[in-house]
Design a protein around this ligand. Sequence first.
Ligand code: DX5
Ligand code: ZN
Length: 216
Amino acid sequence: MNHLIAPSVLSADFANLQRDVEMLNNSQADWLHVDVMDGLFVPNISFGFPVVKAIKQHAEKPLDVHLMIADPDRYIKDFAAAGADGITVHYEACTHLHRTVQAIKDAGCKAGVAINPATNVQLLKDIIADIDLVLIMSVNPGFGGQKFIQNTYNKIVEAKQLIASAQSSAVIEVDGGVDTSNATQLVQAGANVLVAGSSIFSGGDPSSAISGLKNA
Ligand code: DX5
Ligand code: ZN
């Protein structure tokens, strides 16, 4: 499969969200990555249901909702109702991960599990066959614009092996510090979906930044 690009709307201009979502509609973006932070699981607060609903109203591409929240079980149905197409929860935030994954699927969404930089890929062994996506964090979650962690490449290779040995159909997504300097190597290591926020929105031409990542 060719790799997909999922721009993170966390780096969009919230005062011009409709404009930025329409820019993404007209770009080579494949998904819209939507970062929800609760100020508890991560030290930052981003936005919640009303903003996800507003994005959904204008988006012509799937919403890839990344929940950086404690006990996400509490809100799976609400995020599905707000318009999520895929919901990714953190391994570190779920006491009963299998139940949470089933709840995401029951809500009609693709199910993803994210792991922090210090979380071992092998901990996904007993859930890998049940999920649609593995999200490997290449920064500590909570903020855009952080420095990419090099060990991510090793983790992608390990995740790929785990997926193959379980005959899982899960895709590998990488999130944090992704730009044109590392995109090619990430795809070569086995990444299927690249999330990027600041490298897309901080320059003058987000749409061509997306094309740059797409052509990596
Ligand atoms: C980080 C978020 C990321 C973030 C990526 O906690 O999960 O999705 O928006 O931003 P950049 O690409 O700027 O690292
Ligand atoms: Zn994210």
